[in-house]
Design a protein around this ligand. Sequence first.
Ligand SMILES: [Zn+2]
Length: 301
Amino acid sequence: MRVIAFDIGGTNIEFGIVEDGTIKERGKTSSKDIKDKNTFVHILRNIILAASKDRKVDATSVGIAGLVNPQKGEILISPNLTFLNGLKLKDALSDITDFYIDNDANVYALGEWRYGAGEGKDNVVVLTLGTGVGSGIIANGKLLRGANFYAGEAGHVIIDFGGQWCKCGQRGCIESYIGGDYFPLFAERFLRKMGKTCDKCTMEKLYKMALEDDKDALYLFSEYGRYIAFGLVNIIHLLDPEVIVLGGGIAESFELFKDAMMAELRRRVMGFERRKLSIKKGILGNLAGIYGGYVLAKEKM
Ligand SMILES: [Zn+2]
């Protein structure tokens, strides 16, 4: 089966041509200058038609941030490319291709599930740790979408009801502690107290400091691990997964926060030692979205 899988972001439209589970070709084009639905559809059409020239493309898939209706093939809310709100993308491409679409975190999860760290398991939760915190849930061998396609918003599980403000408008969401837009602010304040500076602090900067054995940076990563654990405790109690995969840029520092995370989980998760459960770092990186797009189309989800 030959699938063209699009990963639509606020800066780039990336795509991969996947044949029988192998990525044969990759490409990308900027999405920054696109301002309207027609131009967007036109760009996708051209890429699909070009890919179909030599050999038939059996299906097209799209992963995009926000809320989509996978049944109707419609983008409901796109926070990054707001002009796409309400676009019936499946209808716009139905004359040239079979079409599948889902939220980018769900697509990422499908990739890690079938081709990555969750391979072979039926109950898998995949978290993406980046600027925000996304997730996708595989329950009993199926992607859990929910009644309104809102399932899997693990970033907005509340771990402190009077806690920090989150971009979503609520207080105390796990994202407002472990998201790449938030944790560095906490780190910056902490380091200042220790007489250090981390100007325009980022997770990358903290990572570099920790690799140079800065003890405060190492401490901050153990705090990071504890915070993740608070979110995971809720997920584990609710869904009883066999594997939790941590993907996204911040998961690169997995080894730095793993011990503190596991210690906190051991303390807080019911029956932790008896459970068949492992927490793993994702292995596909940004290819998860391409593999996941292939899974979405191949399994007609
Ligand atoms: Zn939130």
